[in-house]
Design a protein around this ligand. Structure first.
Ligand SMILES: [Zn+2]
Length: 527
């Protein structure tokens, strides 16, 4: 397949970028979804965050690639996404993996040529727990005037710069980085403001993580940024602690991933409210990693001065003026380089990072269970004899019933052959089936979810009193918790079976106020 020319995939405005993305995604057969932002763009037109998903609906390894978290940086990220779509990325998503392209996380900033959102909030500093005290950044307080001058004349700007340089020379690069880039939650009119509540982009992203990756077996979030690093270079940056599973995953997928923070006090975080760690925290139980792919544009001072001027414009100037338009244009140029070689470089690097992620996620194997002797697995047709034997033995033991073997055999075979009826799980110990249970779904229209009925619980006599039921039950509960659409577990038990009832209570189940009734319409197939 020939690659499209990168130069034709980058757009001059948010609206053009969005329509190019949507068209390329639709042409590639994406499952599309759009989320409308409450405010319009400068032209009065509505703004959206859009998603394009590829891969099987049941894929349990999910890769997100997002653009426009920092608004105006979307010119770079959106162009890369569109180029990947036109270049056939949909056809390169491996089996078992889903790719979700997220276009314009912060569409307001993208359309208005700002890095922040409509409330002056830096979306990538907003992912703190707003119910708790907000992180402090005392050095920022002291540098407030230098970072957010009220005038933009040359003498004022030189004074600001001198103050910032003096701070760095006195306190060192880590303190300077923390003060200037770490985020602050005290000055709504200053740069690096992280907000006091979860902003729209934060809420939508969390909903997307839940929708696409809840209960996933593996998940990654790559956020496309621009404005930092050497021109055209794409640095993979993350902040996860060296020893964390997230950092290990990142190293496994991308050999060139680097930590974005100067090492200070071990793994102490210098930056608050980042999306990457929030993504990992939002998917407990799922091995996951969230990081930034940052493309260099201009020199750092030029970028910083553009951001400073843009914040001045928002707080003190008039956007609809010659000066205002010049500052907005300067923002676009600080975060996007309208030159062919730059576009080719960022597209190639974007493809490289994406393909490594897709390959790495397809090849990934979960860690071996801690207790290799016992393991839980789904039952298949090969388990037919075992499950029939378990059923006959259970009826004999619990109700002194001799079931009609051919009926049971046909019924179990029918169940195993039709996954929509539910699933049977087998616990293997020492290479043989030691215990089993069956799960069947019941739709709860009160809860809008499925209750799973646990049935046919059986532990073979030689394997009793070894915690096998507990192990199966915990497996089922974890499975239910990470399966979208499942809201709980239920089971019924003989009135007289006190031991089993005690076990269920010990596992956290509560007795219901229901009594179970039945009215059979066909005679039982046993004597
Ligand atoms: Zn950024």
């Amino acid at each position: 397949m020939t690659s499209p020319s990168p130069t034709e995939c980058f757009s001059p405005s948010y609206a053009a970028a969005r329509s190019a993305f949507l068209r390329a995604a639709a042409d590639a057969g994406a499952e599309l979804a759009s989320f409308r932002h409450p405010l319009p763009g400068p032209d009065g037109a509505p703004l959206f965050l859009d998603t394009a998903r590829f891969g099987e609906p049941e894929a349990r390894r999910v890769l997100f690639v997002a653009s426009g978290t920092h608004g105006v940086e979307g010119f770079c990220g959106s162009g890369i996404q569109t180029w990947l779509l036109r270049g056939g990325v949909a056809g390169r998503v491996p089996e078992g993996v889903a790719l979700v392209l997220v276009h314009a996380v912060n569409p307001w900033g993208f359309a208005w040529l700002r890095r922040v959102n409509e409330d002056n909030v830096d979306v990538n500093r907003n992912f703190v727990d707003h119910a708790k005290a907000h992180p402090e950044n005392p050095d920022y307080d002291g540098l407030y005037g230098a970072l957010n001058p009220e005038r933009l004349d040359e003498a004022t700007l030189k004074g600001c710069l001198d103050q910032l340089r003096l701070f760095e020379s006195e306190r060192g690069s880590a303190a300077s980085y923390r003060a200037l880039s770490g985020g602050q939650y005290r000055h709504p009119r200053g740069v690096q403001y992280g907000g006091r509540e979860a902003v729209w982009s934060n809420r939508v992203l969390r909903a997307l993580w839940a929708r696409h990756a809840e209960g996933a077996e593996l998940a990654a979030f790559v956020d496309l940024h621009s404005g930092l690093g050497p021109r055209g270079t794409g640095l993979l940056l993350q902040t996860a602690a060296e020893a964390s599973p997230a950092a290990a995953l990142a190293r496994a997928f991308w050999p060139d991933v680097i930590r974005s923070e100067p090492a200070a006090g071990g793994d102490s975080a210098l930056v608050s409210g980042l999306i990457g760690p929030a993504f990992v925290g939002a998917l407990p139980g799922t091995p996951s990693v969230g990081l930034v792919l940052e493309f260099g544009t201009r020199d750092m001072l030029q970028v910083m001065l553009a951001v400073q001027a843009d914040n001045w414009l928002a707080q003190h100037g008039a956007r609809d003026s010659a000066e205002g338009r010049a500052i907005s244009q300067r923002m676009r140029e600080a975060f996007f380089v309208d030159e062919d070689d730059w576009k080719e470089k960022v597209c190639e690097r974007g493809r490289e990072v994406l393909e490594r992620a897709l390959e790495g996620m397809a090849a990934w194997r979960p860690a071996a269970p801690a207790e290799p002797d016992a393991r839980v697995r789904g039952a298949g047709p090969a388990d037919l004899d075992t499950l029939v034997a378990f059923n006959l033995a259970m009826a004999r033991e619990t109700e002194s019933l001799a079931l009609h073997e051919p009926t049971v055999r046909a019924a179990v075979a029918e169940f195993l052959g039709d996954p929509t009826r539910g699933r049977w799980l087998v616990l293997e110990s020492g290479g043989e089936a030691a215990a089993a249970l069956m799960l069947t779904p019941e739709w709860s229209d009160w809860r809008g979810g499925f209750l799973w009925w646990i049935q046919n619980v059986y532990v073979a006599p030689a394997h009793r009193r070894r915690g096998h039921y507990r192990r199966l039950h915990e497996h089922v509960r974890a499975l239910a918790e990470r399966t979208p659409g499942v809201c709980g577990l239920r089971l019924y038990v003989e009135h007289e079976n006190a031991a089993a009832q005690a076990t269920y209570r010990a596992l956290g189940m509560e007795e219901t106020h229901y009594k179970l009734f039945e009215q059979l319409t066909r005679p039982a197939p046993w004597a």
